[in-house]
Design a protein around this ligand. Structure first.
Ligand code: ATP
Length: 347
């Protein structure tokens, strides 16, 4: 069994409600794995089981070669070598930063504790705040202290539950970078829970997409985005255009163009999902183009989202580079990028 954390065939029930259904995954030292999924899909429960805050009912959890939980038997949270950071920093308001960080290091000598506190504060770039109280710090700084507190005992495993969600955009970006840097440098195996696909893609070496207590796909951000294995994963990274079609002679006709397939037999009814960036927009070059009327253009920064109505009927969304905002056209030609198009058998 490799070092790091391994969850094997873990299921969990609250009463008759099965919230995790046979999930398995592992996290190697130095790897950041994001658990991504909608609210209520069981992400936090999986994290709490790894931490030992919830008793394991089915399956097995191992940390660095040691089985820390199987049904009926488990190692206490504080003996698992696990650090945790939650959304609400949960610092003790009446204790200084140094005392907050040193709180879990009571078994250390004074000198070793001071050394560990100072090292953890340096790791998160806050060494000058030793004597500050939580109320003197911003939300982002408090979350840095929470991270330092989790790092101080030099854990093998770090568990982060929506650690940035209470922060504004600039602080969130800043803290994400610090967290990545610190965890990578320390070689800690990390699980981070998030419901934000962009955050998971930014932070994760791997992403595990969950839905209704099950793993829908486990892979790199690239593979999940470009090779989703099912409709749920394809749709989870942002809105998609969806068309129903039937395979005829290896060709799938859609209102935005045709694609070829050798994966599906003739007559198979399929759903075709196209990311908005998979619809290219331009001038008409001949009379055979698929044309659409421009209903609205939404500026999203470096890209624009175009709301379009196909001449033959049907609304679609296209994400295009910002320079298209100057097009100022009422009518555009659409071409389909097969790389951003995913086909699944109709369920
Ligand atoms: P969120 O993003 O909203 O936190 P999540 O994916 O982390 O969601 P969990 O918190 O793991 O999901 O919850 C999964 C399911 O288990 C939910 O239906 C929730 O209501 C239920 N649940 C969680 N904790 C308990 C509990 N202590 N007792 C009963 N049901 C619970």
């Amino acid at each position: 069994m490799p070092d790091g954390l391994r969850m094997s065939n873990v299921s969990h029930e609250f009463g008759s409600n099965r919230v995790l259904n046979d999930i398995s995954f592992d996290v190697a030292p130095g790897e950041i794995v994001c658990l991504l999924g909608p609210s209520g899909c069981g992400k936090t429960t999986a994290l709490r089981l790894a931490a030992g805050l919830e008793k394991l009912q089915f399956g097995q959890i191992a940390i660095d070669d040691q089985i820390v939980a199987h049904p009926g038997d488990y190692v206490e949270p504080e003996k698992r070598g696990v650090g945790m950071v939650f959304q609400d920093y949960a610092l003790f308001p009446h204790l200084t930063v140094a005392k907050n960080i040193g709180f879990g290091l009571k078994h250390f000598s004074d000198a070793l504790r001071r050394e560990a506190v100072e090292r953890a504060l340096t790791q998160v770039g806050m060494s000058e705040y030793l004597d500050a109280y939580p109320h003197e710090l911003s939300g982002g700084q408090q979350q840095r202290i929470a991270l330092a507190r989790a790092l101080a005992p030099t854990p093998q495993i770090m568990l982060l539950d929506e650690p940035f969600s209470g922060l504004d955009v600039a602080r969130r970006a800043d803290l994400r970078d610090t967290t990545l840097h610190v965890l990578k440098n320390a070689g800690i195996a990390t699980i981070m829970v998030t419901h934000d696909p962009q955050e998971a893609m930014y932070m994760g070496d791997r992403i595990i997409v969950m839905n209704e207590g099950q793993v829908m796909q486990d892979g790199t951000p690239e593979s999940l985005y470009f090779q989703p294995e099912n409709r749920f994963v394809a749709s989870f990274f942002g809105e998609v255009n969806q068309f129903a079609s039937t395979v005829r002679n290896g060709i799938i006709e859609t209102p935005v163009g045709q694609i070829t397939t050798d994966e599906f037999a003739d007559g198979t009814e399929v759903d075709v999902l196209v990311r908005p960036e998979g619809l290219h927009v331009g001038d008409s070059v001949n009379g055979h183009d698929i044309m659409a009327n421009v209903d609205a253009v939404r500026a999203l920064g470096e890209v624009n989202l175009m709301h379009l109505t196909l001449e033959k009927g049907g609304h679609i969304h296209a994400r295009v580079p910002r320079r298209f905002s100057t097009l100022n056209q009422n009518s555009v030609a659409i071409t389909l990028d097969p790389e951003m198009t995913f086909v699944f058998p109709m369920s």
